[in-house]
Design a protein around this ligand. Sequence first.
Ligand SMILES: Cc1cc2nc3c(=O)[nH]c(=O)nc-3n(C[C@H](O)[C@H](O)[C@H](O)COP(=O)(O)O)c2cc1C
Length: 431
Amino acid sequence: MGKLHIGMSLAPTWLSSEAWRRPDSGIENYHEPGFAADIARRAEAAKLDFVFLPDTLYLDPQVLETGPGFSSMDPTMTLAAIAHETQRIGLLTTVSTTFLPPYVVARQLQTLNRISRGRVGWNVVTALGGHENFGLDAMPPAEERYAQAAEFVAVVRALWDSYPDAAILNDRDTGRYANASLVQPIDHNGKKFRVQGPLNLPAWAGDRIPLVQAGASEAGQNFAAAIADAVFASTPDRDAAAALRTSLCTRAERQGRPAHNIRLLPGLSLYLADNKSEARDLFQATHVRADRSRAIARIQAMIGLDLTNWPQDCPIAATYLPPLPARCPSRTHAELLQRLIRRETPSLQDLLTRPEVMGSGHWQIVGTAQDAAEEVAQWSQASAIDGFICVPGGSVRSMHLTLDQLIPALVERKLFRSDYSATSFLGHLSD
Ligand SMILES: Cc1cc2nc3c(=O)[nH]c(=O)nc-3n(C[C@H](O)[C@H](O)[C@H](O)COP(=O)(O)O)c2cc1C
């Protein structure tokens, strides 16, 4: 069994819900340049594979009443600043394939790759919303977004190859700056994009830029199997992770790729404290104001089930599940919620506290760092995961315990590296 691959979210999940209101939250600094850099330096000291910024291109002002929500600085530009504050750690940015022109994206990512000397990774998302900011009447259906994503990624990769670093000669004697024959147009003429190329920036000479994908529907998995080095997933339980991992590996092999070239990295939500009861208190305190009506509205938007007048203790059986709405924003999250209801027939009271409703359906551990290390070891031994992305919750301290105690506990168990052996992002994923 290889070592785990671990990333750290720089989106401040440890400040969500009530946590930003804690006196030591540092919320005032959220949009300061040093905020993310401090965590990135800590993550690098723990020898993590990468730091990660998710992204959305829209804002619901109502959400701001109670917390920062998804408002954030541009992830690629933020990581350019972090590149100067770190030396080895990978920098995973999120760019959607639904809204921006591929030439611009290819150039921005290659720019960050050069700035960071080969440490960039691209989290390819087809987006959850934001059409209203890009002149579209509605979000294109998922199948259409994935078809566009496949073409988009092909164009970006071709652009990266269109101007290899080896073309540059810098030959002062002959006056030849570059071997222009190595710099070729891509002449892409596809369904969605027409791009001539070449890119106006030479590619970094080292390892290629790894691709990460998020979205686990049938179409999402097939897309990941074709292009992804890693998949960022929501897997609230071990069986869900193991099933997704097997499914992705099988699909990758069917497409002629080695199964181990696609790594399953679920989000791991960690509420850590010095003992279990403090950790439970931290979780409770974080969710004390959880808005019941908003959670019920979220369930309806996700799976079309209206629980407005549902009695608190009455079990919700699978027979009540309506067909999925045609345009559900994420089939992945909708199916996780349906799966929970089918498996557990929960009461409404119970359902409203579950990660599938409260958060993103991520794997969740509430306890000490040792509890977390034990559970991670179990998931790893069960071949359910190749690593995970830390999305700590509850408090700054919970985030610090993740890096200062959980990661060393995994090193002690020989599940994680004690030092870097590679210098590129792909190198970390491969060691
Ligand atoms: C774990 C996970 C993380 C995601 N992160 C983002 C994100 O940061 N930004 C974004 O616009 N979409 C994000 N998405 C949305 C996906 O890119 C995709 O558009 C959506 O899940 C619909 O695809 P699906 O039907 O395969 O789930 C994420 C999805 C999942 C499952």
